[in-house]
Ligand binder design. Structure first.
Ligand code: NAP
Ligand code: ZN
Length: 352
């Protein structure tokens, strides 16, 4: 075991503070990554503030990790010391079930092991995330990072925000000739605009924030709708092939379902705990429309997304902060005051 230094939540509404814990010694398949940058996902807030249940404090969030490989186990073949590497929301899965065999480890039937909020199979200890100086992960859950060094802070959010939008965009075949809506332009949503645009779709951003209209266009949106303006919404009735909704608050889903074409899908990725208001049966059956959900993405498709972004120079729009500003960043995210992802510079972690 090796002592790791972290920045942890010690209670739901107390400021973050330093924390030390033990990471497992490397097993033959393990890679140790010294963490350079870690993005702040809204899921970190749900977790650290106990919105998804008791996180068993001290809790170390962070699943948008980029860093440099500093040690490899004897059986590791794909990474060597000095390589750039990423870790997203998962660090393990059973490897045996149908979902794992299909490269959809996030839907592992035995339950995937989260980068935080899980129990590590190897030790029975809690998993601690990326607000820490290093992490030990099985090689098969580590991602290759091919962006240039100077892009690294802005690559971190691809590991969750990027893949969470990429997976449904690919699954529901966003591309040329398709009209794709992205609802809620925060960390996930802004990556949705960039990726859907890069895939060649006609992209429509839905935001409550008039101040984001020009920004959305700069990010790649062809059109922007203020989502609480009923007249603007009505003009798009029956016209979308796909809408991906990233909002974590409760919403009346009917307002988006009626914008779908026949056979089109509204995909929910926001992970709040408040229930949505269900759409009328007639709004669904009248045009064979679907409401679906989607969780992050598998390891192979995460690598596919990272490589796609590296080839095209796609990264996240970020604001870099020291760990000491995590509490302020959380409050600003909740107030939708971030353009569009905070990323922690892990060199600011005390005690390392
Ligand atoms: P975020 O940066 O806070 O963005 C959410 C955006 O939603 C806001 O910027 C805002 O955009 C809009 N919004 C916020 N409150 C709203 C409200 N009350 N009504 C309507 N719109 C509202 O959060 P994020 O990091 O993108 O994460 C979004 C959600 O996805 C979280 O619940 C997170 O846990 C979840 N998530 C899910 C997965 C998955 O696998 N499915 C993965 C990662 C995260 P506008 O200002 O444009 O309206
Ligand atoms: Zn996340």
């Amino acid at each position: 075991m090796t002592t790791a230094h972290a920045w942890a939540a010690h209670a739901a509404h107390k400021p973050f503070a330093p924390f030390t814990f033990q990471r497992r010694a490397l097993e033959p398949q393990d890679v140790r990554i010294d963490i350079l940058y870690c993005g702040i996902c809204h899921s970190d807030i749900h977790f650290a503030r106990g919105e998804w249940g008791d996180p068993k404090y001290p809790a170390v969030p962070g699943h948008e990790i980029v860093g440099r490989v500093s040690e490899v186990g004897s059986a590791v073949t794909q990474y060597k010391v000095g390589d750039l590497a990423g870790v997203g929301c998962m660090v393990d899965s059973c490897g045996k079930c149908g979902s794992c065999h299909e490269g959809l480890e996030q839907y592992c039937e035995g339950g995937m092991t989260g980068t935080y909020m899980s129990v590590e199979k190897q030790t029975g200890l809690p998993t601690y995330g990326g607000y820490s100086n290093f992490i030990v992960v099985r090689e098969s859950f580590v991602l290759h990072v091919k962006h240039k060094q100077s892009d690294l802070p802005a690559v971190a959010p691809l590991l969750c925000a990027g893949i969470t939008l990429w997976s449904p965009l690919r699954h529901w075949k966003a591309g040329p000739g398709k009209k794709v809506g992205i609802v809620g332009i925060g960390g996930l949503g802004h990556m949705g605009i960039k990726l859907a645009h890069a895939l060649g779709a006609h992209v429509v951003a839905f935001t409550r924030s008039p101040g984001k209209v020009e920004e959305c266009k700069r990010l790649g949106a062809d059109e922007v709708i203020i989502s609480d303006n009923a007249d603007e919404m009505a003009k798009h009735a029956g016209s979308f092939d796909l809408i991906i909704n990233t909002v974590s608050a409760s919403q009346d889903l009917q307002t988006f379902v009626v914008l779908l074409k026949r056979d089109a899908t509204l995909v929910l990725v926001g992970a709040g705990t408040e229930k949505h208001i269900a759409p009328d049966a007639f709004a669904l059956l009248g045009a064979r429309r679907s409401v679906a959900g989607s969780g992050i993405g598998g390891i192979a498709e995460t690598q596919e997304m990272l490589d796609f972004c590296a080839e095209r120079g796609i990264t996240s729009d970020i604001e870099m902060i020291p760990v000491q500003k995590v509490d302020t960043a959380y409050d600003r995210i909740v107030a939708s005051d971030v353009k569009y992802r905070f990323v922690i510079d892990m060199a600011t972690l005390p005690g390392v």
